[in-house]
Design a protein around this ligand. Structure first.
Ligand code: NAD
Length: 263
């Protein structure tokens, strides 16, 4: 299927690794002009070079700490300067610190708020005026299955991704008239460095090996395996397409069937 997004300008945040990187790769494959950002310059350079080698075009990259408002403003400014106005915004972020209520202090809550909720709010605020002027825009937030089924040890993720979901639904009512959609893609257990680190952290708590923890996670999934980043990326890119123009304000779980609810 031709997704009709050839030449669209895309920004994917937190995209030097994992799900963000997989989305950036697929947008490059679709012929979009892609920008990526993350905190780690070394990883960005490596990722941009690998994407160029594999798919023929190098994404524009820029260092950005999503906890810092000025970095977000600078990222949008530099993307505009080097590629143009952003048509498609993918709000990804590094996962917030794991922990239960008693494990988290004031600073942890403030970091989670800035990274998960406010980074998306700030990017959206910066790109909406040009999307409205162009009468086209696609915004996709990467959240988590935790918005449907909270995960015990991920208090900050549960709290702030739910806030992001409610904010997006509310915003969708106002921006639809400009052909701007906003949706959430909520991954389940997907094999990236984030999941690996969570398994290592759980291994320290339980005394089990991280390999055993990963294989137990996989056995809890009805599909009996962990997800792959490209499986999340396919939905992200579809939601950015012209064909997905009647879908807005929704959350789509991609989890191999882990969430037990029917809606
Ligand atoms: P990952 O660790 O593979 O990649 C995270 C990316 O975020 C990296 O590029 C990293 O450099 C970047 N990053 C981290 N902190 C940043 C910051 N402060 N500013 C800018 N960039 C920053 O993670 P992933 O597994 O691809 O996860 C992506 C998102 O999806 C996370 O929010 C994660 O919580 C969520 N998620 C992942 C899974 C999973 O199983 N992998 C499941 C549910 C939700």
């Amino acid at each position: 299927m031709d997704l009709n997004i050839n030449d669209k300008i895309v920004l994917v945040s937190a995209a030097s690794k994992g799900i963000g990187r997989a989305a950036a790769e697929l947008f490059v494959k679709e012929g979009c002009k892609v920008a990526i950002c993350s905190t780690n310059q070394e990883n960005l350079i490596k990722t941009a070079a690998e994407i160029k080698k594999n798919y023929g075009a190098e994404p524009f990259w820029i260092v950005c700490d999503l906890n810092v408002e000025g970095d977000i403003e600078n990222t949008v400014f530099e993307v505009r300067k080097h590629i143009g106005e952003i048509d498609i915004l993918v709000n990804n972020c590094g996962g917030p610190a794991p922990g239960r209520f008693d494990d988290l202090n004031e600073q942890d809550w403030s970091n989670g708020y800035n990274q998960v909720l406010m980074s998306a709010v700030r990017f959206i605020r910066l790109v909406l005026p040009s999307m409205k002027a162009n009468e086209f825009g696609r915004i996709i937030n990467i959240t988590s299955l935790s918005v449907k089924q909270p995960v015990d040890n991920l208090m900050l993720s549960n709290a702030f991704r739910s806030a992001l979901t409610a904010m997006s639904k509310t915003l969708s009512n106002d921006i639809g008239k400009h052909d701007i959609t906003i949706n959430n893609v909520a991954p389940g257990y997907t094999l990236t460095s984030r999941l690996y680190e969570l398994a290592v952290s759980r291994a320290k708590e339980t005394g089990d090996s991280h390999e055993l923890i990963l294989s137990k996670m996989a056995s809890d999934v009805p599909m009996k395996r962990l997800g792959r980043p490209d499986e999340i990326a396919s939905l992200i890119v579809y939601l950015a397409s012209k064909q997905a123009g009647f879908i807005t304000g929704q959350t789509f779980v991609v989890d191999g069937g882990v969430v037990k609810s029917t809606y």
